[in-house]
Design a protein around this ligand. Structure first.
Ligand SMILES: [Zn+2]
Length: 149
């Protein structure tokens, strides 16, 4: 049985800007936020300077439950750089976020048997703290069967 593992946090290098900073500050409290246009409500992930629908620069932040479904994924079984060798296999994935009007987040599916990962699989956010950068990385893992509604 091969489990989806985590890319090493030491390879995680975060470049904050004024548009993404609120998202990452909330991760310290393990809160997953979605940027919405404050004028037309359009959801956008990642947060960008201009709303693609109405060009507004005003944002409001909505807290999400952390529930999502797997939209797309791949399994990485070969290290693309030396630091990855001990962290294989890992599963980059595009997640459709619940309550986000179709907005998606690129992250990883973790701690799930590779053969069980499917498009459409319900997943839930889990947090990997990166203390030296004072953020936490949202990853996603399988929802226990009994809690699927
Ligand atoms: Zn807008």
């Amino acid at each position: 049985m091969a489990l989806a593992r985590r890319p090493p946090p030491e390879l995680f290098k975060l470049a904050l800007n004024r548009w993404t900073q609120p998202f990452w500050e909330a991760t310290r409290q393990h809160r997953l936020l979605l940027a919405r246009c404050a004028d037309c409500g359009h959801a956008r992930m990642p947060p960008t300077p201009f709303c693609p629908r109405c060009q507004s620069q005003q944002l409001r932040w909505q807290e999400l439950s952390g529930a999502a479904t797997v939209y797309s994924f791949t399994v990485v079984e070969r290290a693309i750089m030396p630091g990855m060798q001990d962290h294989l296999p890992y599963v980059p994935a595009v997640l459709s976020l619940a309550g986000a009007d179709g907005a998606r987040l690129i992250s990883n599916v973790v701690d799930v048997e590779l053969s069980a990962i499917r498009v459409g699989m319900p997943v839930q956010v889990v947090w990997d703290d990166v203390p030296d950068q004072q953020v936490a990385i949202p990853r996603f893992t399988r929802v226990p069967e009994h809690s699927i509604r």
